[in-house]
Design a protein. Structure first.
Length: 339
């Protein structure tokens, strides 16, 4: 299997918010080989806080690099592509917000200019990756043949926004917050951040049935300290906030084209679409995802019956959920392209 990685130079990029990233960079990695017709490309956008090594387990078990050219693209703000940690971007407090529209524009340039890809055979995305998939399929319906969205919605719900605002408050309430950034590591804020995240990302049943004790007896506090906190301490906290703000602002129907009409926006999607919701996902609920899926012409909707909660859509270590996701993807491949 051919594997490569790189950074694509975007030049100066004006964001939807009106700010400009000077000499922006988009980091990516690829698996497999692009065919001569450039018709086998699969885009896999990153999720919140994820780097390719966190999600590339999908290559092989779910996405076949022997058949397809799989490109994992790091969203703007995640620390690998242009981010506040580079010193080239600020936060919402100074007028900086990256939208998924910005991410899609950058990704389209990468695919066109670096690889000569005009049309994607599939977009596969979990969580914020699914959000980017929806944005792609609405903004460029002629360029997406298949769309697989796992545990993510086309619009961030008010309840989900409350979760995100609580995470943001955890960080900005830390004594090291200056009003625009941090003058030291906000460890107190990060501990609160990890506690909130752990309580939402996995389900009530996950904890009630003791699944967090799989590797031995451990207190809830120690579980969060050893299993969750390190995942966020590795990030510059400014990047964590920037990605939260992207998630908060997400709405594929925003802007002049649809003026908030989500039904019209999703109704414009031409891709063969599969939408998979986690039964106990607290961020992106079954009801919210089912309602949106019903607005997409011909979309297939199914529920992943799992105690993993939101993480049912990224089941690195859980074969039953992997098998269900793989089957959904194979059903999509069996459908003829609508384009």
């Amino acid at each position: 299997m051919s594997v490569s990685s790189g950074s694509f130079a975007l030049g100066d990029v004006e964001l939807q918010c009106g700010r400009t990233i000077p000499q922006a960079q988009l980091s990516y990695c690829s698996f497999g080989t692009l065919n001569g017709e450039r018709s086998n490309a699969v885009l896999y956008p990153t999720s919140y806080g994820a780097h390719p090594g966190d999600i590339d387990w999908v290559v092989g078990p779910v996405l076949n690099p022997d058949r397809h050219f799989i490109v994992i693209v790091n969203m703007l703000g995640n620390g690998l592509s242009s981010s506040p940690s580079d010193g080239v971007m600020g936060l919402a407090e100074t007028g900086w917000v990256v939208s998924h529209l910005d991410n899609v524009r950058a990704q389209r340039r990468l695919l066109r200019e670096q690889f000569g890809v005009e049309r994607l055979a599939m977009i596969y995305g979990w969580s914020m990756g699914a959000q980017q998939g929806y944005q792609w399929a609405v903004d460029h319906p002629e360029a997406v043949e298949r769309l697989c969205c796992l545990c993510g919605t086309a619009r961030t719900s008010p309840h989900n926004q409350l979760f995100l605002l609580s995470l943001r408050q955890a960080l900005t309430a830390d004594p090291h917050w200056t009003g625009e950034g941090f003058d030291g590591e906000p460890l107190q804020g990060l501990r609160t951040f990890a506690l909130i995240y752990a309580s939402w990302a996995a389900s009530q049943r996950f904890y009630g049935e003791g699944h967090h004790l799989a590797d031995g007896p451990i207190s809830l506090g120690d579980y969060v300290e050893t299993r969750w906190l390190p995942a966020y301490r590795r990030h510059d906290p400014r990047n964590l906030i920037a990605m939260l703000d992207t998630w908060l602002a997400h709405d594929v129907a925003a802007g002049e084209a649809y003026q908030g009409d989500l039904a019209a926006a999703l109704g414009s999607i031409r891709a063969r679409t599969a939408v998979l919701a986690g039964r106990h996902d607290l961020y992106f609920t079954v009801d919210d995802m089912a309602t949106e899926a019903a607005l997409i012409p011909g979309a297939q909707f199914e529920v992943i019956e799992s105690v993993l909660g939101h993480r049912a859509g990224n089941p690195r270590d859980s074969p039953p959920e992997q098998a269900q996701v793989r089957a959904a993807v194979e059903r999509l491949w069996a459908l003829p392209s609508p384009l």
